[in-house]
Write a new protein. Sequence first.
Length: 388
Amino acid sequence: MVKFAHIADVHLGGWKQQPLQELNLQSFKKAIETCIKEKVEFVLIAGDLFDSAFPSIDILKEAFSEFRKLKESGIPCFLIAGSHDYSVSGKTFLDVLEKAGFCKNVESFEERAGKLLLNPTIYKGVAIYGYPGKTSSLELNDLKRAELNEAPGMFKIFMLHTTIDKAKGDLPIDALETSKVPYADYYAMGHLHIDFQYENFVYPGPIFPNNFQELEDLEYGRFIIVDTNANPERQLKKITLKIKEVVSFDIEVKNAPLATEKIISELEKKDIEDKIVLLRIRGVLENGKNSDIKFLQIEEAVRKKKAYFMLRNTHELITQETEIDFKIEETENVEEETIKVFSEQNLSDLNKTIPQLMNSFSTEKQEGETTESFTSRLMDEAKKILSF
């Protein structure tokens, strides 16, 4: 029958830390190398090849280089846009890849009598359908009325970048009802960064973990090779892309001035050379504050042990709150009243900038804007308000 690779959620350019961005790229290169070595007939990328619709030139050059290897090996690539590299305007660098002959975007549909009729891309007896992921899961309403333009006698693959009901768990989010999805022999899913299968709906997981939590949970990237010629229990071959080992530390602290020594002592207990170090620090500080923890000293200790890179997470590290007793006189103006009470109890010339800063920080990220440029724009606006 057919042998193909199912890749999703590559997110090239997603990490702002260069060492991790490099690992993301290495993981993608290893996936392409494996596809060529395994002699797959074609490669599917089920959305989010890039972390934004407009990746950097450096990322594009690296991506083009890998797609060239596929093309020179005679392996075509079929893809769809995901919620990150999708653009309402329809203009993304996925089009540039397609124009260069490196891949084929299989998104093809027409409106007919209130239905969304999806047309197949035919390749060697395989009918490949696809619909892109969109921001805020806007694809769900479209998919509720989707139908497949028939391709009799062919192996049908439906590529989707969305959340299905069987995979969302207890998350309070909208999801696609699997029972109402048009029939296909294989559903090449993307969007959820999980290794998950329900019947023939398959999420392969990301090519490389995309944040601290994913590095904790997954450690490595992954994808799937499907071989319908194999025995049923061996048709899905899960490929793990192990580039660097991950070492996790979960340390509870209560005394901030003593925390630095405690953390370094814990780091000394494990071999972290050339490994990704995940440092999760949590707890309620009964003495001192976050700034009393000497992170530069901790980073120096990690460097001395020759770790590849360290990521720290202090989201669950909180300072014991001082009880504040005040009464909101006008419930319809809670925000203004809160600022007023705070300003009265904490005298500062900077208090007058609070409303402007709050308004500035409510600015939304623009379509196609990278996290780095969005953060920079917010910081520039804040500096203007504060007259820095």
